[in-house]
Ligand binder design. Structure first.
Ligand code: GAR
Length: 218
């Protein structure tokens, strides 16, 4: 088997998406290994959950950098390189990134966003989907580019929006689909099946049918 790619997952909170990646990577056939989990928040619940799987964890508390985002990112970059990390998966990592880290990890950093991009970039996506009255909502895994919640799209998962939905019920439905698409997207990137061409992701032939479709979840 070819070498599994060493992945760092960056989190800020409970880490349910991180857990979906860790679970998928338990399978030796999965093309990535979760080698490190880093949080900017020392109280992130995901840190303990990762440690429970024997995964190395680290905290880089952004508050120690007093607004110097690039100094924070330089230390993050040094930490990731010191562990031989090859890919970064942002999983509820709630820090805006500067061009420094984005460029250093170009085409090697992916993110999950709780909306069908390019709709509803930013925060409070479920509230805004309900206010707008869209009938489909969902989640997107994409490569990270300099613009927030932008960058080539790898996979999207869609869910229906019900008249009875609250932001919480809709968010829970979206989260279920997030947990399905993130491991699939990471596998596509780690195996080399998904690559960037211009502003789009191209998939190798055998994966095109599997991942090119939008996942529809109940
Ligand atoms: C997820 O819904 C993720 O899509 C979202 O934060 C949540 C983290 O939950 N990310 C963003 O909003 C990024 N802008 P988790 O910690 O349980 O994975």
């Amino acid at each position: 088997m070819t070498q599994r790619k060493k992945v760092a997952v960056l989190i800020s909170g409970r880490g349910s998406n991180m857990l979906s990646l860790i679970s998928a990577a338990q399978d030796p056939a999965f093309p990535a290994e979760i080698a490190l989990v880093v949080s900017n928040n020392p109280d992130a619940g995901g840190l303990e959950r990762a440690a429970g799987f024997g995964i190395e964890t680290a905290v880089l508390d952004h508050r120690n950098y007093k607004g110097n985002r690039e100094a924070f990112e330089r230390d993050m970059d040094a930490l990731l390189r010191s562990r031989g990390i090859e890919l970064i998966a942002l999983a509820g990592f709630m820090r805006l990134l500067t061009p420094f880290l984005v460029n250093a990890w170009k085409n090697r950093m992916i993110n999950i966003h709780p909306a069908l991009l390019p709709s509803f970039k930013g925060l409070h996506t479920h509230e805004r989907a309900l206010e707008t009255g869209v009938r489909l909502h969902g989640a997107t895994v994409h490569f990270v580019s300099a613009e927030m919640d932008d960058g080539p799209i790898i996979i999207q998962g869609a869910v229906p929006v019900l008249d009875s939905d609250t932001p919480e019920s809709l968010g829970a439905r979206v989260l279920t689909v997030e947990h399905k698409i993130y491991p699939r997207a990471l596998a596509l990137v780690a195996s080399g099946a998904a690559s960037v061409s211009g502003h789009k992701v191209v998939l190798s032939r055998e994966d095109a049918d599997l991942a090119g479709q939008t996942l529809l979840a109940p």
